[in-house]
Design a protein around this ligand. Sequence first.
Ligand code: SF4
Length: 482
Amino acid sequence: MYNKLEYSSNNSNSQCSHNFNEKLGDYDKKFAVVNPTRMCQPMGAIQAMMGVKNAMPLIHGSQGCATYMRFQLIRHFREPIEVASTSLSEKTVIYGGEPNLLKALKNISEKQNPSMICVMSSCLTDTIGDDIAGIIEKFQDANIGIDLPEMVPISTPSYAGSHVEGYDKAILSLVEHFGIFSVPNSKINLIMGDLSPANVMEIKNLMNDLGCESIILTDTSKNLDAPLDEETLELHKYGTTMEELKDTPNSKATIALSKHVDSAGKYLECNFNVKSISGPLPVGIKNTDEFVNNICNVMGIDVPDSVERDRGRLKDVLVDAHAYNYRKKVAIYGDPDVVIAMARMVSEMGMLPEVLCVGVESPRFKEDVNELVNDINYQPVVLENKDLYDLEQVLSVNKVDLLIGNAYGASIAKKENIPLFRIGFPIFDRIGSQRISFLGYNGGIKFVDAITNMILDNYYDAEGYKIVEEEFSLDLVDEELS
Ligand code: SF4
C-alpha cells in the first residue's frame, strides 16, 4: 500500500489536505528508484569545477563514470567538456587504483598543464578504499622540484549523496584547500549551487547594480555559455581564479544561494569568523528581497533606485499575468532548494503549488515547506526521497495544469498531456538550457513571461481572452438551446 504521499505537517491552517491512499490503492510497489530526480555525486562536483579557471576534473573510477558525466554535461550545455578518468578495470579493482591515479596525474600535468586537478572519487574507488589524498601526496613527493598543478581530493561516492552534496563538497574542498587568512577585503562570497550560467549572470548583474564586489563560487557564466571557438579542447579560460579562492577567508560574508550548499560558508564562519548566510534561492519577490536585504545589511548600503525599479517591474508583470495564471495547479520536481523556491514563486503568480517532488530527504526542505504552507495557506502533496515514477502515480489522480522540472519529466508531460516548463539539469531535448534564468528580479520577469505564455498557449484561445474549455462548453449549451 502506498502510504506516504501525504506530507505530515503540523500546520493547522492548511486549507487542503490530500489523501491519495484511497484514490491510488495498491500500485506496483517498487524496490528500486525509477527515473530519479537526482544525479550522482561526482556530477555536482564536476559542475562546480566547470566554473574554476584552468581546472581539470579527474574522476578516479571506471571509464563509464567519466563518459556518463561528459555525455550528460555536453548534451545539456552543448559545449566541449573535459572530464579525465583513471579508467579502472577489473584488475585495478582487486589490486587498488593507485597506479592508474599516479599515471593520470602525470599525464594531465604534462599534457594539459592545468592550474589545478580536482580528483573526485566514485562509487567504486570509495568502496575499495583508495586513499586519494595519500596517493596525491606520494605523487607530489616523487616530483619534488617540478612545477606541478594544485591537486585537490574530493570524496564523492554516489551511494552517499546526490549531485547537490557533490557540489557542496567541491566548494568546501576548494575553500579549505586554498583559503588563506590575510588582509580583509570588502567582498561577499557567493556560493551559487548547481545553476545555469544565465542564472549566475543574473546574480553578477544584480551585484553590479548593488555596487558590491563578490567572489563567485564558482563562476560558470562564461565557460558554459561560450562563443564558438576553434580551440575546443582547451581548459576553461574564465571562471573563479585561484587568487579569488585564496581570498575567501577575508571576505565580509558568505551567502549560499541554496541552503544545501552552505558547508563552505559554515567552514569560513567557524575558522575565520566570516558571517555565513544560507539561502533562500533568490527567486521571486520575497526570496529576492531577502537576498538583496542580506547584501545591503552586510555592506551597510541602501537598495539603489535601479534595483527598486527592477523589483517594481517584476511586481508589474506579476499583476499583468495574474488573471491568466490564477489558481492554475503546478507540479514541481528537482533539487530541494529549486523546488521550494519555485513553489513560492508560482504562489506569487497566483498559482497553486500542488505537488512538490524531491529525490532526497531533508529536514531543511521540510522546514521550508512548513513555512510556505503557513504563508500561502495551501497544502501541497509533498514527495520526499521519491522519483518520477512516484510523481507519475500522483499525477494520474491529481491533475495539474503545468509541470516544472528537467527533461526526464517529458514522458510524464506527454502521457498526462500537461505542458512542461524545463528548468534544472539535465535538459537534453531542447537547446538553450544554459540561457534559462529565473534568479533575481530580472530573471523573475523572464520566468513569469515564459510561464504565462505557456499557459496562454495551452489553456487559452487564439486571442488569449477565454479559456478554451469554457468556450467549448458554452458552444455546447448554445447548441442544446437551439
Ligand atoms: S553512480 Fe557511481 S558508478 Fe555510476 S556514474 Fe556515478 S559515480 Fe560512477
